[in-house]
Structure formats: C-alpha cells, structure tokens
Design a protein around this ligand. Structure first.
Ligand code: FAD
Ligand code: NAI
Length: 475
C-alpha cells in the first residue's frame, strides 16, 4: 500500500523544506523527499544553499576575511603577529562542520513539525483520482501518493560548452568550496555573484585571481554608482578583471588550465591558471523528475513554467525557488514556499518580488532592494536620490571600514522610497531596515525622522535618507 499525503514536497533546499514546514504548520500531512547525500551517504537536507552555496561560502568568506584582517589590518590596531599561516584543510573542515550543523538542524525541524522525510530521488510515476504517484528511489525505494505536489528541485552550475566540470581543475561552486590548498593562480569565468565571492575567498588567502567576464560592464543588475565603487575597491584589493571577453577554448593540462579568449578589442589572448572556477549562471534541475509522465510544462531552459503564484500547468502541482523564473536566491525560494503552502490552505500567500533584497558578501558588501536609478530613468519615473559615505560615519571609522556609501532613491513627488543601494560594511544587515521601510511604503523622511543608535553603521542609512532632501547632518 502506498503512503498517502496531503502534500508531497520534492527537494529540501530552502524552498522545499520551508514549504514542508509551513504546510505541516497549517495542519497538512506532509512528505519531503530529498536526494542530497553527505560524505557518508546519509541525508543532507538544505539543498544547494546549505551544502554548496550560501552557508559554506559564507563560512569561507568569514575565515578568509579574518586571515586578510590579520595580515593587513591588525598592525593598525597595534596588534603584532610574528608568523601568519593558513591551514586550508582546517578551514574547510570548519566549513564542513558548519554545513553539518545546518543539515542536522533541518532534519530536526522536519521531525519537530511531523514532516515525513524520505532520502532519495523523487519522480512522477503518474496520476489518478487518488492523487499524484511519486516514486522515491534510494535505499528504501517506494511510491508515495500526494494530493498536492510542490516541486523545489533547485538548480545546478552551468558548464562552459566543451569544458565539463572535473572539480579538480575546472571547478563549479562545489569544487571551489573544497580546494585542498591555495592555488597560486586562479581563473574565474563570470564576474557575477559566485565569481566575486569565491574569487574574494581565494584572493584573500593568497591566490592571484583573474576574472573574465563576457559583458562589457560590471554588475549590470546593481545601481551604477554601487557597481563603480565596488569595482574600484575589488581592483584595489588585487582582483584582476577583463570585460567583453569571449572564451574560445579551454584546455586542461597536467599542471593547470589554459583559457583562450578574445578580449574587448577582439584581440586573441590566453590565461594560464592552476585552477579555473566557472560561474556563468545556473540551470534548473528538472532532468530527474520524469516530467513527461504527467505532462509537466517546462520552458526552453528546462525551468518549470509557473504563473505569478507558482502554479504549474498541472492541477495541484506547484513549483518554487531556483527551478522556476525569478532570481535564484534562497530567501526568494523560502518566500515562495511559504506562499504556496498558504495558498494550498486557501489563504492568500503573497511574495512581493520588488522587495526581494540582493546581497553580495564581498568586502565591502553590496546590498540593494527595489529600483536602481537606471531602471527608474528607463521607466521615465521622476525621482530624487541622496547618498551618505561611510567615510563620514564614526562607527565605520572606528571599525576601519570606510569604503562605500548608502544611497536612497525616493519618488520625486511623494517621497516614497523606491530603492536603497548599499556598498560598504555590514550592507547585508543594513538592507533589512530598507526592506521593512519599503514594505510599509515609508517615505525617505520617515527614516530620516527615526532615532538611530550612535555610533552605528545604521546612522548612514538615516543620513542617506536625509540626503534625499539635501539635509545630511554629518556630511
Ligand atoms: P536548492 O537549494 O538547489 O535545493 C534543491 C534540493 O532538491 C537539493 O537538495 C537537491 O538535491 C534536491 N533535488 C533535486 N532534484 C530532486 C529529485 N528529483 N528528488 C529529490 N531531491 C531532488 N542565495 C542567497 O540568497 N544568499 C546567498 O548568500 C547565496 N549564496 C550562494 C552561494 C553559492 C556558491 C551558490 C551556488 C548559490 C548561492 N545562493 C545564495 C543561491 C541559493 O543557494 C539558491 O537560490 C537556493 O539554494 C535555492 O533554493 P531551492 O530550494 O530552490 O533549491
Ligand atoms: P550570475 O548570473 O550571478 O553571474 C554570471 C556572470 O557570468 C554574468 O556576469 C554573466 O554575464 C557572465 N557570463 C555568462 N556566460 C559567460 C561566458 N561564456 N563567459 C564569460 N562570462 C559569462 O551567476 P553565478 O555567479 O554563477 O551565480 C548563480 C546564481 O547563484 C546567482 O545569480 C545568484 O542568484 C546565486 N548566488 C547568490 C549569492 C548571494 O545571494 N550572495 C551568492 C552566490 C550565488
């Protein structure tokens, strides 16, 4: 006899496990199937985010930032070190322990919420009046039946044509997070989020890092002023960039990788490096779902086609997170997961895509929410903008982290905040205030009138809001 559930979730990344928990909270009988295995072959729920994404990358960013501070900034504080070294195996081991804490935490949460967890690969078998039949392959193969199905199968790194990932020389995010030593030279294809974060990790530890980007400019999705400031800071740190590049060939040799490309002027060039990270975007995971068995519609990229509320073309089948349209971000996946569970319960789950923040965890950090100046100009919307530099913030000076600024953009007539853009220390934390303000449709003046603690980086947020009205007090 098949086990039957109200809701079957396939995938236990941030989209899937959060959807499963919310559905269970709402009183449904829920199953969650996930295939990820840890080194011992056991379950490792949390998806890309927990295993080879958000969490391990932030662990290595933290370790490498400490190393960078010890090497370059401790002396300013009068702290001397006679010998500084990095034990990469230990650093990676710590990262693995952080990942395991998160895997275990998710297993605990699923259990606490009475979600039945199945370790294996889920695929459609068919559908009947009883619901959708989903096979679970793995150590305990079985077939489940669910009234509703939520697909949250995530995404995988996209390879360059003709240069498959071997995770030794040509690395995806997976290999880039478990190098056993610091390469002397590291090439990165793609100056997007992964390229910048992973390039920063290994640059701080001593690698000479060169990033080759196809587009003519840097960080096109960010506000132009932020992208300009960040590029200046990263270049000063020693990251080398080439834009407008077309990769023509990648050859793996005994001691490294050679990338042949044409530069922005069309001149042929070569980059020879010990290791190469390819971070040119990600592709949705739909191969193993047996979509044809039930006629699930996919688009030309292999992503599951959904409407604005995450409904697929099949009744009572939903899809969330990286496997559908929209930004590939963990918190976007989570919001969609919650909203879908609530819609299944007949509630009005809602995700405001304009309020999904972006964060890049480099140093300085980059974070933004809402519209850029470029987008507003293109839309012909009248706006006013104000910025405040961290150089003029007392806490930033005390921290020794004065690069960057906070920028507010508000509607010219109503003063409603339309976008907030930050490059600088703790931008990932500071952006939360902007998200809250925009969710409550605050004006720049609202933020300017709120008492912010002194000395704190958040005073820069208040000052940038004041700057919209040209009345910053400290600049
Ligand atoms: P995933 O996390 O990919 O989870 C999908 C799960 O489904 C996986 O466990 C997979 O094994 C499983 N699965 C797939 N097919 C099947 C099947 N047929 N049966 C059973 N299980 C299946 N986002 C941020 O917001 N902040 C960050 O700082 C951040 N850093 C990142 C750093 C890196 C290096 C990378 C690669 C990504 C990062 N992301 C970050 C993006 C984030 O990881 C993704 O947006 C997020 O994980 C998407 O969640 P998801 O639930 O849709 O899919
Ligand atoms: P990305 O989309 O951020 O950047 C890819 C870059 O590669 C782009 O600049 C693109 O122009 C360039 N590119 C594409 N094809 C190329 C080619 N053939 N040659 C040279 N350059 C090429 O993708 P990335 O960095 O792989 O990350 C994938 C996704 O993972 C991100 O978009 C983001 O959604 C998520 N992520 C989020 C993080 C965060 O929130 N902090 C951290 C890391 C990843």
């Amino acid at each position: 006899m098949s086990k039957t559930f109200d809701v079957i979730v396939i995938g236990a990344g941030p989209g899937g496990y959060i959807a499963a928990i919310r559905a269970a909270q709402l009183g449904f009988k829920v199953a969650c199937i996930d295939a990820w295995q840890n080194a011992a072959g056991g379950p490792a729920p949390g998806g890309t985010c927990t295993n080879v994404g958000c969490i391990p990358s932030k662990a290595l960013l933290q370790s490498s930032e400490f190393f960078d501070h010890a090497g370059h900034h401790f002396a300013e504080h009068g702290i001397g070190l006679s010998a500084l070294s990095i034990d990469v195996a230990k650093m990676v081991g710590r990262k693995d322990a952080v990942v395991k804490q998160n895997n275990d935490g998710i297993l605990y949460l699923l259990k606490k919420n009475k979600v039945s967890f199945f370790h294996g690969r889920g695929a459609f078998v068919g559908s009947s009046e009883a619901g959708y039949q989903i096979s679970v392959s793995g150590s305990a193969a079985e077939t489940l039946v669910g009234t509703h199905v939520i697909l949250a199968t995530g995404s995988s790194a996209r390879a360059l044509p003709g240069a498959a990932f071997d995770e030794t020389r040509i690395l995806s995010n997976d290999g880039a997070l478990r190098l056993t030593g610091v390469p002397k030279t590291l090439g990165v294809i793609g100056s997007g989020v992964i390229g910048l974060e992973m390039g920063s990790v290994w640059r701080r530890l001593g690698a000479e890092v060169t990033i080759l980007e196809a587009l003519p400019g840097f960080l096109g999705a960010a506000d132009e002023a932020v992208a300009k400031e960040a590029l200046k800071a990263f270049s000063k740190q020693g990251l080398k960039f080439a834009f407008g590049v077309k990769v023509t060939d990648v050859q793996v040799g005994a001691s490294g990788v050679t990338v042949a490309y044409t530069d922005a002027k069309g001149q042929a060039a070569n980059l020879a490096v010990e290791r190469l990270i390819v971070s040119i975007g990600r592709q949705p995971n739909t191969d193993g779902l047996n979509a044809t068995a039930v006629g699930l519609a996919l688009d030309e990229r292999g992503a599951i086609v959904v409407d604005a509320e995450c409904r697929t073309n099949l009744p009572q089948v939903w899809a969330v997170g990286d496997v559908v349209r929209g930004p590939m971000l963990a918190h976007k996946a989570e919001e969609e997961g919650v909203a879908v569970a609530e819609r299944i319960a007949g509630q009005h789950g809602h995700v405001d895509f304009n309020l999904v923040p972006w964060v890049i965890y480099t140093a300085p950090e980059i974070a933004w929410v809402g519209q850029t100046e470029g987008q507003l100009k293109a839309a012909g919307r009248a706006y006013k903008a104000g910025s405040f530099p961290f150089l003029a913030n007392g806490r930033a000076r005390a921290l020794g982290e004065t690069t960057g600024f906070v920028k507010f953009i508000a509607d010219a007539a109503s003063d409603e905040i339309l976008g907030v853009h930050i490059v600088g220390p703790q931008a990932s934390e500071l952006i939360a205030e902007a998200c809250v303000a925009m969710a409550f449709k605050a004006s720049a003046e609202d933020i300017a009138r709120i008492c912010h603690a002194h000395p704190s980086l958040s005073e820069s947020t208040k000052e940038a809001a004041l700057a919209v009205d040209k009345r910053s007090l400290n600049f």
